[in-house]
Design a protein around this ligand. Structure first.
Ligand code: DC
Length: 232
């Protein structure tokens, strides 16, 4: 990463609202977005398609280093096939979490992720953006919410899309994925020492976006005008 590229990292557990917050902050600033979870989801998906099982770390790391991915205006293609929706299922999320625990996979994705740091700036969403991928980022956010609240949000999202959803199963899955992400040996889900923690359980997405933009203004002097008419 070039030191001259401003970077905001937004880390946190599944369902904390990181993706939405990242997108909105980037849009307000006119900066680039890195959705690092999508890269792990793509690896998990490719492994499933290759039918090699989730134990062969060497082969999986090789798959990660050779992924043929194209991001094209919101459409994600893997080997030419549109997988935009397929990588968003709960199964794809769980498979992503499994491959994300493998050091070889994380190493294979490291330079690729750092390549996203381009002017005028990058908002990077993930688990280890502030600790491992962009340790020198000027602004690091760690976004949390209770597991119950995150399961509720996911439930609502799935229902709105007309997809089947079970709240108890979602809560259990979220807790299981959290435990795996927090306890793995490489790049576990922990806040960077210099991260600002925001608990979004009782906040709206707009509240969180405003707080991040306020911080970004303080660090990078990015344009910022509060939406609610509050004084800066
Ligand atoms: O953010 P997400 O739900 O799309 O991420 C899917 C999985 O990928 C998640 O369980 C943890 C893993 N992940 C990771 O280990 N490191 C990242 N920087 C991003 C995601």
């Amino acid at each position: 990463m070039s030191d001259s590229v401003p970077v905001i990292t937004i880390d946190g557990p599944s369902g904390s609202g990181k993706g939405t917050v990242t997108g909105r902050v980037a849009e307000r600033l006119g900066w680039w977005v890195l959705d690092s979870g999508a890269l792990y989801r793509l690896v998990g998906y490719a492994v499933e398609q290759a039918k090699i099982g989730f134990n062969d770390q060497n082969k999986i790391s090789e798959i990660a280093s050779k992924l043929n991915v194209k991001f094209d205006h919101g459409v994600i293609r893997l080997g030419g096939i549109d997988v935009t929706t397929a990588i968003r299922t709960e199964t794809a999320g769980n498979n992503a979490s499994k491959v994300a625990a493998m050091p070889g996979v994380r190493q294979a994705l490291l330079d690729w992720q750092r390549d996203y740091a381009r002017l005028p700036g990058l908002v990077a969403d993930g688990r280890d953006m502030g600790t491992t991928v962009f340790p020198d980022a000027g602004l690091k956010i760690f976004l949390t919410a209770s597991a119950a609240e995150r399961a509720q949000r996911r439930y609502k999202q799935l229902k709105e899309k007309g997809l089947p959803a079970n709240l108890a199963a979602l809560t259990a899955e979220i807790e299981e994925r959290d435990a795996r992400d927090r306890n793995r040996a490489v790049s576990p889900l922990v806040p960077a020492a210099d991260a600002i923690e925001i608990d979004s359980t009782a906040l709206t997405i707009e509240n969180v976006v405003e707080r991040v933009l306020q911080q970004a203004h303080a660090v990078y002097a990015t344009p910022y005008r509060p939406l609610s008419g509050r004084q800066n």
